[in-house]
Ligand binder design. Structure first.
Ligand code: ADP
Ligand code: MG
Length: 386
């Protein structure tokens, strides 16, 4: 639907109160490099993708909020003075959580109508949830003329997911959805919450995302175990080496290797991944700034190897997708997201994209029996008013 068709639909769904209105967009994201580094106080480098959620919004003269999800064809209604978790319409909680956090800032809201639709694949690790939170935060604050900068808005959206939805995510998804910029990746320091846009503007390359279509099973229990192992490494290294070590962020690779024989094998491997991955993120930033796509691609392959062998969060299908990418001689490929399913991210020469997409789909189907979904994207813009 184009913008006019959306407004027509909005008009048919809601009464027009002739009050402040607007249209807004927020994108999903793919993490280019820096996996399982965020909760170790380290670095990540995602980009916004050209898949987004679009939201239309208008104030109402009362204290009601109504949401219409076009994709689910569901219309729900709540009272601003009584926002509670909705067991029945789970999707609505992403919006309710954001509204709740805005109210917690001490803002008095009046009622409003929201209608939205999106093409960010859901539950595939491309962060449709952050796109939904961020677009809601932008719409509601803009309608009420609430002054809030990009970082504050991203943090507010993160709190909505933590507190209302109940998912303990880090800051990456909401940061990139809010602060992303066309032709740029975003380097985020997950300790200080500082960020820096990194130019990604080589016209000869595109990012291709391959969805393995494997459900991300196991994630919760394995995730907790990895966090635990990282903590064990930090405790050991701060005891043996340096009391100022508070997270794996504070450790270099030489130090990890020095204690190889004293650390349990699994703890050593987890630390080796996190510490080497942080270095790869910083090296990737330099490679992008120097427009050295070969170097960046090599770092992506190395990241996958480390995630698969040392951190052990890949799965057969993700490994197959990366192996097939290497056979197609793409510049770089790695699993992206928490692992055990979800997507790979590939750095592909533009002239090879069509062949790559066709070949990888065919070969993946042959090896696994699964139809992969493939999305081609350049680094897109973050959230904005239309
Ligand atoms: P991810 O963020 O990786 O896509 P999540 O499980 O965190 O996966 O979030 C997906 C959820 O976000 C969906 O189950 C749904 O509740 C909500 N959501 C995302 N996009 C839409 C949409 N276009 N319409 C309605 N709900 C959506
Ligand atoms: Mg999510």
């Amino acid at each position: 639907m184009n913008k006019q068709e959306l407004w027509d639909k909005f008009g048919k769904t809601f009464r027009d109160f002739d009050l402040e209105s607007g249209a807004y967009k927020a994108p999903g994201r793919v993490n280019l490099i820096g996996e399982h580094t965020d909760y170790n106080d380290g670095f990540v480098m995602p980009m916004a993708i050209e898949k987004e959620i679009t939201m239309l919004a208008q104030l109402r003269p009362d204290k009601k909020v109504k949401f219409y999800s076009l994709d689910y064809d569901q219309l729900v209604e709540y009272d601003l003075d009584n926002l509670e978790y909705d067991q029945k319409n789970v999707w609505a909680n992403y919006l309710l959580g954001v509204i709740d956090e805005i109210q917690k800032l001490g803002e008095t809201l009046q009622g409003f109508n929201l209608m939205f639709t999106g093409n960010v694949p859901q539950g595939s690790g491309l962060s449709s949830s952050a796109a939904l939170e961020v677009v809601t935060a932008l719409a509601v604050t803009d309608l009420h003329k609430i002054k809030i900068d990009g970082v504050e808005m991203a943090l507010l959206a993160q709190r909505a997911e933590n507190n209302f939805v109940g998912v303990q995510c880090g800051i990456m998804d909401q940061y990139i959805s809010r602060l992303g910029k066309k032709d740029h990746a975003l380097l985020i320091d997950c300790r200080s919450n500082d960020y820096k846009l990194v130019p990604f503007k080589n016209e000869n390359y595109q990012i291709v995302i391959c969805n393995s279509k494997v459900e991300r099973g196991l994630v919760d229990s394995e995730y907790n175990q990895r966090r635990n192992e990282c903590n064990q490494a930090v405790e050991f290294l701060s005891e043996k080496e340096d009391k100022t070590i508070k997270a794996l962020r504070d450790v270099d690779l030489e130090t990890v290797i020095k204690y190889k024989d004293q650390l349990a094998e699994n703890v050593y491997k987890r630390a080796h991944h996190v510490v080497s991955e942080n270095a790869r993120v910083l090296a990737s930033k330099k490679a992008l700034e120097a427009d050295d796509m070969q170097k960046f691609g090599d770092l992506m392959y190395a990241s996958h190897e480390s995630l698969s062998k040392d951190y052990e969060v890949s799965c057969k299908e993700l490994d197959i997708l990366v192996k097939l990418a290497a056979e197609e001689e793409v510049e770089g490929a790695r699993m992206t997201g928490a692992g055990f399913g979800g997507c790979t991210v590939n750095l592909v020469k533009k002239s090879k994209v069509v062949d790559f997409v066709e070949n990888i789909k065919e070969k993946y189907k042959l090896e696994t029996g699964i139809d992969a979904e493939v999305y081609v994207s350049n680094p897109g813009d973050g959230a904005r008013k239309l």
